[in-house]
Design a protein around this ligand. Sequence first.
Ligand code: PEP
Ligand code: MG
Length: 851
Amino acid sequence: MQKVVTLKPYALITPTASITAATHGGRAKCLQRLIRLGLPVPTTVSLSFDTVHQIAAGHLPDIGSVLNAFDPDPLLSVRPSSEDPDWGGPGAILNVGMNDARHAAMVKTHGAAAATALFLRFIQSYAVHVARLDPDMFDDLSDPTEAALRQALEDYEDETGEPFPQDPGRQLAEVLRSMARAWEGTTARLLRQAKGAPADAGLGLVVQKMALGVGGDESGSGVIQFVDPATGEAQITGRYLSQSQGRDALAKGKGAIYLTKDPRGASLEELSAPSFEKLIEYGGVCRERLREEMQIEFTIEAGELAVLDAVRVQRSSRASLAIAVKLAEDEVIPREEAVLRVPPGALNELLHPQVDRLAKRDVLARGIAASPGAAVGKIVFSAAAAQASAARGEPCILVRRETHPEDIRGMHSAAGVLTERGGQTSHAAVIARGIGTPCVVGTQGISIRHSTKRLKIDDGRSFSEGDEITLDGATGEVLAGTVPMLEPSLGDAFQKLLTWADAARDIGVRANADTPAEARMAHMFAAQGIGLCRTEHMFYEDDRLTVMREMIFADAAEDRQATLDQLLPMQRNDFVELFEIMAGKPVTIRLFDPPLHEFLPSERADMRQLAESLDLPIAEVTARVDQLSEFNPMLGMRGVRLGITIPEIYDMQARAIFEAAIEASTRGEAVVPEIMIPLVSAKREVEIVKTRIDAVAAAVRVETGTQFTYRLGVMVETPRACLRADEIAAHSAFLSFGTNDLTQMTYGLSRDDAGRFMSNYVNQGVYQEDPFHILDQDGVGELLTIAAERGRNTDSRITLSICGEHGGNIESIEFCRRAGFDYVSCSPFRVPVARLAAAHLAIQQGKAAKS
Ligand code: PEP
Ligand code: MG
């Protein structure tokens, strides 16, 4: 015996019924709004989350009273109504209530074919979704004959051992029960959780009187929307199909007609102008009052239009942005709401080409998605081959075990970069993000043989130089061959939305940019300055590398000075260009950071070439290279330690910065350069470097007769610098957290090698996320908080920022806002995403404060 619960288990949807999206679901709420707007919605009853949950547990409401809400002998549809329609739910079931008697009556009123088609459709849905029979048994509805109907009823009885249920009450009860249970199943739960639903998300159900799209006069059904789902441009799309139900009109090859007049064929506008005009009117009403672009599902029953449902138009990221901006421009929604309607991550799709989501994928391997976008090209195994390929105009994918500074030019030439090793902050990942090149690192299931120029896949396949592959930098997939792409699109709407975002946000966004090309990108994306310019990348250019090597080999101070004098004008020009591009916005230049041996040759041929240019025996070159090699270079002679032991390098850089600032200021906007000292761990390091740089500034002022100011700051990237931030702040105008090295040193985890086991660690839940990708707020975050507090205790006006790769992530931006940082700095391509994310956080906080 079924237990009948007597709580108010359902509500007839009327303009005043107590229905909310949080208790009855988005569809029920939307239907109520349509009713309030006076749209012709058939009688509808809404079952709350609670009721549906009870049904799944075996407690049915009084079905008789649900049926009583309708005319006698109704035909009904049942649809899911989850809180957020995007979370989905079980498919709709139409024509509940159809049985032999109803069929016989409808044969007389609607004709045999229409009546039989309806009944067959219901039998099929019921058999598959309620009785859980094999769908193949009932998949042919194309021939609605009496014989087919008898056969379907017989098949049903054979399979279930009982006749097809005739009682509408029983039919409805079973449909409700099966939909309620389907929602509680594990697969459905995992699916909706993947779409962002909480684990305990509820399901409501709506039971609606069918508006039949079959029978006499003009009858049929269709779907209409008023924007192009790919671009968001205004455009009426959809189809109408006579003698049909549900979304049949959208099924291909069924004789559906266009909605507006169309040279390609018949249209609803011609077939039924009054219905078409009403639909246009309803579309306008929905947009204005529901404040959204809606897709309307409608039926025409003997010439009468009914609106069955309206759902948010499914849309691409590009369309979502265009629609939000247009709604705000038309004053349907406020600008801040338009900003909130575009998820920051969606901008990635607009900034880079993407693999077409509908394209077939032959996945060769998976790695860490290190830099977004997609690239197709021929495999090359060396930076030189990448440059040659670019010179031939052939897009290529640079495939390396890992990349090193000498690969940078090859990376610039490649359409994409694939590495076997590395993690989110490995060399390949950082550079690729900086230059906006799609990149996959730490790739599982491949092995690269540089000597034989082969890329081997664990499934046995093997690729040679020249073979084509595709990288999907959004998913980390490596795909065989050429896969179709969607081109990036930045338009007016993009610029407008970001301007509105800027008006709302309360934390600055700068870019990490090392080259003029990156600075231009940063400027184009409206970064508020450069937060980190890694100067060492400037020394890898061919003409400079040799001079750099000569500097490293110089024993005598005057020899070293001679080489630095050669480098000075080159650096000065670099900085003039950066200052000019940034047009007066702040530029933070980090002094030389990497270990010197990174500039030395590792191959014998390169050593011989260096020996020639230095006029030294090769043995002396190799001995010097050995002498400079370190067991732990990342913890060795690098950063400020070089600045202390070979101070002439920083002197030269400081001079280049000051002279460039003077030059750029005389030609354009005034420049106040910011100089940043890397890898500091003791206040004395700052004192020594500051004294020398102040002296260089004084000398340049005297030599040029020009006054200028500058700001000197510290890159906080060692745990000790965080702990001693109070005394370090005494000599610093700003502290910028280098969270790549800080994460490496806090965890004692190599940023270049962690990728090898990171997925294992994350899969086992040892780490929630890769800490090089998502800021570890508990550990590294605590160090940041301590440092910020101690730094501010010394100087309350000190500028605080983050410039590690974490800077562009929403979670880090949230952390930095909470900690009261002044700005975040991230790769140029992430600047728009960071601007939008920061705006979301500020707007949401403002809303929370008001409520
Ligand atoms: C850092 O360590 O966080 C940083 C930004 O510097 P780099 O990545 O150049 O070491
Ligand atoms: Mg660093």
